[in-house]
Design a protein around this ligand. Sequence first.
Ligand SMILES: [Zn+2]
Length: 375
Amino acid sequence: MQLETKSDERARRYNRTHRYLSLAGFLLSLAWLAALLFLGWSAGLRDVAWHVSARYSLALAVYLLLVFAGPKLLDLPLSFYAGYVIEHRYGLSNQTVAGWAKDRAKSVVLGGALSLAAAELVYALIRRQPEWWWLLAWAAFLLCVVLLANLAPVLLFPLFYKFQPLADEELKQRLLRLSERAGARVRGVFEWKLSEKSRKANAALAGWGNTRRIILSDTLLAQCTPDEIEAVLAHELAHQVHHHIGKSLMLQAIASLAGFWLADRALRTFGSHPRLGFRGMADFANLPLLLLLAAVLSLLLLPAVNAISRHFERQADDYALRAIPDVGPFVSSMEKLAAQNLAERRPNRVIEFIFHSHPSMEKRIRRAAAHGETT
Ligand SMILES: [Zn+2]
């Protein structure tokens, strides 16, 4: 039996705290949606909104403000504790309170604007195309997801972080050789200035189509040797070789089609329910019903989504191990990333199954070692 080290225990506590906090946030939002629905608050706030404006789209905007401004404010202490206090307590963040607040404000405004646009579109479709709104809304949703996947690295990420093309010539040459062997073209490798805010390290394949790129945090570049960075690059390149972003979009398309169809069923069944105070499908007071459905569905799908993600990660690891000459740097890069990010090396099996998008470090390292023995 292996003894648990002090750093293992620290990582376990850190991750457990974050899990509890996100669980608390999730339960609070479920409780709020349920209260809106079953205590008649949603219908009451709808009446207030109609009082403010007799125009449908404006009344809907007022309703959204009434329903979500309060919870967003109440959520502030929880998100400050999770995003600032805990991160500082574990020495993982460099952010000032002002910096944190600025980022938070940006994401609330961005999220608010996107949610408003989505709600306006969905209810406009329900009013004009009550038979087929769900199919049209799904098509619009899909278009937005693809557009966001494409635009995120050039439009959204720069709102929060600075990026610059990777300067290191030697690394660029190594990547070029890797991608030539893979037969996959890399559109760019960018250094992600994460160190201004965080001590964590990260790497990712981001974007879709013409914005597809590999991003590497400066914190990772500072910690790892060129051989280790090559191993990380090979892993990210593998996501591209296996078209993992396109495949994820496809899966999202299928799941969301089912989701929109179910939303239509729910609106037809409960949309005019007198005890809930609804006045038909196009009554936006039924929005909490749709949100509750979405929350429950995404919770139910979470283990499947993560199982698919872990499968993709294993594929990417296997590819990386074949692409690099030696497993040593792969293993040591894993060790360094785990230490830098306070990752749990051996999470509880049930927790891993439900919540983890990547296989545990221990499993990834064991798989690499097995690969090393067979070659
Ligand atoms: Zn990956």
